[in-house]
Write a protein of this length. Sequence first.
Length: 527
Amino acid sequence: MSSASLPPASPPAARWGWHALYARPLPWLLGLVVAHVVVRIAISPALQWDEAEQVLWTQHLQWGYGAQPPLYTWLQWGVFQALGPGIPALALLKHALIALTCTLMWLAGRELLGPRGAWWSAVSLLLLPPLGWYAISDYTHTVLVTTMTCGAWWLLLRIVRRGGSACQREFAALGLVCGCGMLAKYNFALVIGPLLVALLAVPAPRRALLARGWWWTVAIGLLITAPHGWWLLGHWHLASAGTLRKMDITPEIHFGLGLFNLLMAVLATLALWALVALAAFGSGWWRRPAAARPAAPADERPLPWLRPVFGIYLGLVALALLAMVFGAGVTSFKDRWMLPLLAPVPLMAFALRPGLQADPRGNRFTALALALVLALLVAAGAQPFFTRVDHHWHALNQPVARLAQALQGAGYDGRSRIIAADVMLAGALRTRFPGASAQSCSDAKEVGDVAACVADGVKLAEDAGLGWLVISRADRVEPGWWELALARVAGSANLPRGRLYLPYYMAAPDLAPARFDFVWHPPGRQP
């Protein structure tokens, strides 16, 4: 490989300071993981929605889980086997994946840039709110698909940079990442499809991708996805109904609303990073500053195939999204759906302006990025205290520990089946009672008939010789839920219903307490 094709060399350490930070990202990422895990464990025993889903889904290994592919749940199951179902295992997996995401983006950056530019590309991911904030608070599958996206970009860039000399091991690794990406979240297809088309449309990348051994990618990718694909054929409605409902597809023409929401989702993903980058480098984005330190000519020019590849990729992604608006009538877009599609944008920007690595204003970007990362860490730790500002409870204010104690005081044995009116309550109680099976019986839009759901849970408990606990919290239960829940339970009219009022965790003193209604049926007791 010629020297002109190598990534630009970074300035000497003595010239920049902080060089070890750029050249060795792993220590600071590990420190960030540890800090976030400690903060998450410390702030609250309650669960967010996605966390609660994982606690419930990991009770059984399956080929698919509703609208989501199974890989994240499989990984979470493995961590639960080691640490038990609880906050530590939930936080460890998520934040380890966030660190891996940044590491893979750094590796992708090193294929095009020096350590400094690669570090900027990696830390920029944490300036995208869907990953830097919302993923810290709740997301699961979105984190994993972004990890696989960064892995695919790294491996594809690595293969292209090595031309025809890429070994079969790299093609096999790409197949592994692509297969895992599809098992992480279905919108990975909107990432890998446009990216492959963009690379194959340009001569130099095309020659590299069609080099000897390319078929390993296809073979391994298909091998990994085939079992889930077979499951998907028989459960298509289950896998698609939830996502289609979130897209708010309507037969009427709402192109304006769809375009507006799409634009807002894109801005919600990229605006913070763009503002930080503009504040740091200013006109350096479109003009080489006179005060910039001298750099080798290769350092000032992007690789010739980058512009067409990046342009085709972004154009195809835009066309796919516009087709969803004008062709399918989609009017709702979530920023988390945009994250894997747009996560490589900072890498593209820095790769197209490699001269910024020699710009002394780069330290300003580094400082701003680190300050925001630390600010997000502090904000994550302060989440339970938000209620003292807006005087409304939040998910992490749920009094889970006190509820578990109160239920034990009411006779619950900690082993009998838990049937809850919402996912977060069911998941939270299972973390307090890991020896019990738990399920959620929400409204018909989510899981089907409430009466059948509860009756099935009661039967499973009694067949196992266990008791059962049906419970709801007042702020999350649908009107008439209790009448439906007990409609098919024999002798339900004679079952006493308990009620608990518990103060919210870390809440303002004037906030009304949480109310929980429950029916506890001990094992062996006749209704």
